[in-house]
Ligand binder design. Structure first.
Ligand SMILES: *[C@@H]1O[C@H](CO)[C@@H](O)[C@H](O)[C@H]1NC(C)=O
Ligand SMILES: *[C@@H]1O[C@H](CO)[C@@H](O)[C@H](O)[C@H]1NC(C)=O
Length: 472
């Protein structure tokens, strides 16, 4: 099947339409309460005046780290000067949150890299250090131990102090992750708490100093709260499907080419895909398309050290992924988007689904679970509902690592947000699943191509309300 041709064509079309701001007839979404949360009954006694009061905490002012998903980018510069990963063309969600008084940063991590590598990259950028992927990991996957050097450029100098000798003033962070950024956040939270015994042993054996990320003597969590948006905690069957049908390579190329096609990429240099440690850095004068071809033809592409391995539903039980645990002192949240309607056992895209996501929504919505035993735990209608790239079931949280915690994230003020929240505080050490955002696909949930900018602004305002209301 020639996925690449029509995916690329659709991507181009959509970007051109959006960039040129040509008015496209768009169906008006049916107003529905977000989050699937029950409306508070009028008889209900007035709840506390803030989420922090409701949860009986003083709240916190921890800086929040935003981790992007597959084929994404951070805030080093908006892609091609115009597109914010967090907000798209219409809004800059990070600036909006800064104007509300929050400290937020958005590192730039490998858009096609494994969760392990992406976690190492976030750590290096936050603390201003040389990216250290680990001695054992480098040996296992036959790549260089070190990556980009961020020495002197800490995104969060106060957080970096935690790992200096004589540090006594603990500085924690909150994390927000979208898509692959969900499991990346969970991996980083695990490593910041437990480190890695394998890495420590390898450092001792080699007689070298280990990255503090891998220290196993850490005694408390450095991550207070985590919020996963459309996270791929149990993978996405899109990856398994495209792998089985030989379409994965085309998807990668189409995604990138679609994103860069709106601009003359040659004038802007090559997108650093942060694969230099695999010997896959960009070459001078090489065009981006050729760079992608070289990457997809390399040994790395078929290895177990990349995002495609991590995104496969079938691979979730592999020890390379299954070692990650929920940290008992950290409070996790998750939210899923849904852009499909379930009818007679299959889920099909709604008319408001972004045109490039519709085919994937259908792939997931009609996917048979016969060869994926990981899906047997779900009912058919359960795993087929999706946001155009990820199953709702996957976005709730890791297997057995979540509970329902309905909240209305589309609330327009803090009063309705508080009224929609359960009266008991969210549980630590598990994902508190706040529910589905209806009529919200995988791109709309980060503000891409969404006509209703107000909705996404409310969602992020509320997410920060939630994270900053947890006890410090
Ligand atoms: C990283 O950068 C710092 C500061 O510029 C420099 O002193 C150090 O030698 C660099 N390390 C490597 C391995 O390049
Ligand atoms: C934890 O282990 C690292 C690496 O062995 C060491 O440098 C550091 O001082 C230790 N920290 C504490 C608090 O013992």
């Amino acid at each position: 099947m020639h996925y690449h041709i029509w995916i690329a064509a659709l991507l181009h079309l959509h970007w051109v339409l959006t960039v040129a701001a040509v008015p496209v007839p768009v169906p008006v979404p049916v107003p529905v309460p977000g989050g699937g949360s029950p409306k508070p009954s009028p008889q209900q006694p007035d709840k506390a005046s803030s989420l922090a009061k409701l949860w009986n905490t003083q709240g916190n002012k921890h800086p929040t780290v935003f981790i992007h998903g597959l084929a994404g980018w951070g805030e080093v510069k908006p892609l091609l000067g115009a597109i914010n990963y967090w907000g798209g063309l219409n809004t800059n969600l990070l600036d909006m949150l800064r104007n509300q008084g929050h400290t937020v940063v958005a590192p730039n991590v490998g858009p096609l890299s494994s969760n392990w590598e992406r976690a190492c990259e976030v750590f290096a950028q936050l603390t201003g250090s040389l990216t250290d992927y680990g001695v054992a990991r480098a040996a296992q996957f036959n790549h260089a131990r070190f990556g980009d050097n961020h020495t002197g450029n800490a995104m969060l100098p106060s957080f970096a102090q935690n790992f200096k000798t004589g540090a006594n003033n603990l500085v924690k962070i909150n994390i927000v992750g979208h898509s692959l950024g969900g499991p990346t956040s969970r991996t980083l939270t695990h490593l910041l708490r437990y480190g890695s015994a394998d890495e420590m042993a390898a450092c001792v054996k080699a007689g070298v100093v280990c990255s503090p990320l891998f220290w196993t003597n850490k005694t408390q969590t450095y991550v207070n709260g985590v919020f996963a948006i459309s996270g791929t905690h149990q993978g996405s069957v899109v990856d398994d499907f495209l792998q089985a049908t030989g379409g994965r390579k085309q998807l990668v190329k189409a995604l990138f080419k679609g994103v860069v096609a709106i601009n003359n990429f040659k004038n802007l240099g090559i997108w650093n895909l942060q694969l230099g440690h695999h010997g896959l850095g960009p070459k001078k004068g090489e065009e981006f398309g050729d760079f992608l071809d070289r990457i997809c033809d390399s040994d790395w592409y078929l290895s177990k050290s990349n995002a495609f391995f991590d995104l496969s539903v079938a691979n979730q039980a592999d020890p390379l992924l299954s070692y990650v645990r929920n940290v008992p002192e950290t409070t996790y949240f998750s939210v899923a988007g849904v852009t499909t309607n379930s009818l007679l056992g299959v889920s099909l895209p709604q008319i408001s689904t972004l045109i490039v996501l519709s085919p994937f929504a259908t792939i997931i919505g009609t996917y048979s679970n016969s060869r994926l035993s990981a899906l047997w735990r779900y009912t058919q209608s359960d795993w087929r509902q999706n946001d155009g790239l990820v199953m709702v079931a996957s976005s709730r949280g890791p297997v057995d690592g979540f509970q329902s915690y309905d909240m209305d994230l589309v609330s327009s003020d803090s009063r309705s947000l508080i009224n929609s929240a359960p009266t008991s505080a969210p549980k630590k050490g598990t994902y508190n699943y706040v529910g589905e955002l209806s009529h919200t696909d995988h791109a709309a949930i980060i503000g891409w191509f969404d006509i209703d900018t107000r909705k996404v602004e409310k969602i992020y305002t509320n997410i920060m309300q939630v994270l900053s209301s947890l006890s410090a």
